[in-house]
Design a protein around this ligand. Structure first.
Ligand SMILES: NC(=O)c1ccc[n+]([C@@H]2O[C@H](COP(=O)([O-])OP(=O)(O)OC[C@H]3O[C@@H](n4cnc5c(N)ncnc54)[C@H](OP(=O)(O)O)[C@@H]3O)[C@@H](O)[C@H]2O)c1
Length: 210
């Protein structure tokens, strides 16, 4: 697949590392594609670096790995992305009642808001319920971690399922994009355990079946 990763922070760089050697053409879409740390990431992963709008132009699958507060401006600047598959791994986080929490929920979700910004694209909410480190490498875990996905287009979800498999996850279809209302609070379960309860970051959810 031709993959564009928009945002080269913890998640964007982890996904680039996780995709290394999996047969994808990866473009890192950065505000500063010439920066030394981005050139080093590209060199380490076999990706190319571009500005975001150039990175998405040639891509079949686009990963949005941006801070929620910057996302609306940055995503709308990418153009309509009509017909493309767009992974939204962003959690709509902010300070809520004095603690880190979701700024939307119950009646909408970050995933639905992103789909609203890109009405012609096939947005799939996924990769939001585990730490970035596990996206880069999870083959030392005793079980394959599960990753849910929510989106309206079955073809896009099939493409994303392949992508998730290549990153070492077992993909599970949660339903349409409104199910992002379930997946975003689910991410808070991971965040609460990892960061508040002291469990650390080297773990993920798994589905155990009988
Ligand atoms: N960190 C995790 O473990 C984790 C796990 C699951 C989901 N998430 C979600 O994934 C998203 C990205 O998280 P992250 O931890 O990778 O964030 P991060 O380390 O802060 O990286 C975000 C990247 O977005 C780009 N960007 C574009 N416009 C920006 C702006 N105005 N301000 C700052 N950065 C901007 C930057 O890349 P360039 O400089 O290259 O443009 C930046 O490195 C978030 O929505 C988060 O909720 C994070």
């Amino acid at each position: 697949m031709r993959v564009a990763i928009i945002g080269t922070g913890k998640v964007g760089s982890a996904i680039a590392r996780g995709l290394k050697g999996k047969g994808h053409d990866v473009a890192l879409g950065s505000r500063d594609p010439q920066a030394a740390h981005i050139a080093a990431l590209a060199s380490a992963t076999g990706a190319v670096t571009k500005r975001p709008a150039a990175a998405v132009a040639e891509a079949d699958l686009i990963v949005l790995a941006l801070p929620w507060g910057a996302a609306e401006t940055a995503v709308k600047a990418l153009g309509p992305l009509t017909g493309k598959t767009v992974i939204d791994c962003m959690n709509p986080l902010g300070m809520v009642g004095g603690a880190l929490g979701l700024t939307v929920g119950h009646s909408t979700s970050g995933g639905e808001i992103v789909q609203g910004w890109l009405p012609g694209a096939h947005v799939v909410k996924t990769l939001n319920s585990v730490g970035a480190e596990i996206m880069a490498k999870n083959d030392t875990l005793p079980q394959r971690p599960v990753m849910f996905m929510a989106g309206n287009d079955n073809g896009a979800k099939a493409q994303v399922a392949t992508f998730l498999t290549d990153l070492g996850f077992a993909a599970l279809d949660a339903g349409d994009i409104t199910k992002a209302r379930l997946l975003e609070p689910f991410a808070m379960v991971w965040i609460n355990q990892a960061l508040v309860r002291g469990k650390g970051r080297n773990w993920a959810f798994a589905a155990v079946e009988g």
